[in-house]
Design a protein. Structure first.
Length: 249
């Protein structure tokens, strides 16, 4: 039997902003192949933890390992090259470019952030079949040549996910993929994330408990920068401390 690997591990990870411990001694273990959800009330430290894991924020103390390699303090592009990538945000889409052009850019590793993605070296030129496969997976082929500015909100979020798929990283961080969506778009997004999660590790932040319950193999609940509870969805859902934390929100 294969030994279960740990994709991302933090040890006593801490981020202090002007005396405020936004992330406080977090020991996180994300197992390879899992969808691992981070949940918690507003201000719990989820975004800061994401920013630490991707190198956008440097830790005050503690360590971060990706597949047992210490990446603490490395810049985002180096962490991305080791296989950890976060989904694009709508704010990084270009209104005047089409969905097809966005996917082409992602495959070429030239996102708006200007850093090269970990597998960009392997890709040469345009690959129309691959572009259309990626757009098809998120249902955007009929709108492939429409400028993104004309897409509906849910369609833009679907495009973000196809861009994430284009990068094809072993570890994908998804930041609230269903934020602001109606029920139908949420259902579609759950299916998309399930597809994204096949054959890779996903760390997911989402406020929608139906999303977390449908997708997560493991759930870490954060409160005031600390891990409050951890387990599968049913375990944490029934945890008294978690119930109390959410009632207090
Ligand atoms: P969540 O994503 O769970 O809502 P955040 O990670 O955004 O939580 O924030 C955790 C805490 O850290 C909040 O109290 C927030 O105000 C604080 N914080 C986040 N970023 C900064 C920053 N750059 N400077 C100062 N405080 C920050």
């Amino acid at each position: 039997t294969a030994v279960e690997r740990v994709a991302v591990r933090t040890r006593d990870l801490t981020k202090v902003f002007r005396g405020f411990r936004a992330v406080d001694s977090v020991n996180l273990e994300v197992r390879e192949g899992n969808v691992h959800a981070l949940v918690g009330p507003n201000g719990a430290g989820k975004t800061t933890l994401f920013n630490l894991l991707t190198g956008f924020v440097a830790p005050t103390s503690g360590t971060i390992e990706v597949f047992d390699e210490d990446v603490t303090g490395r810049p985002p592009e180096q962490i991305a090259r080791r296989g950890v990538a976060r989904s694009f945000q709508i704010t990084s889409l270009f209104d005047s470019l089409t969905s097809r052009e966005h996917v082409e850019l992602a495959l070429q590793g030239t996102g708006r952030q200007g850093f090269r993605f970990w597998r960009s070296e392997k890709l040469l030129g345009r690959d129309t079949a691959r572009v259309e496969e990626l757009l098809g997976q998120v249902g955007l082929m009929p709108l492939a040549d429409t400028p993104v500015g004309a897409l509906a909100y849910g369609q833009k979020r679907a495009l973000e996910l196809s861009l994430a798929l284009a990068l094809d990283p072993p570890v994908m961080l998804l930041d609230e993929p269903t934020a602001g969506m109606g029920t139908e778009d949420v259902d579609r997004t759950i299916e998309l994330v399930r597809r994204i999660a096949a054959g890779r590790t996903v760390v997911l932040v989402d406020h929608n408990m139906r999303v977390v319950g449908s997708l997560a193999d493991r759930v870490t609940v954060l409160q005031q920068g600390r891990i409050l509870a951890e387990g599968d969805y049913d375990e944490v859902r029934n945890d008294e401390r978690v119930i109390t934390a959410y009632l207090g929100e």
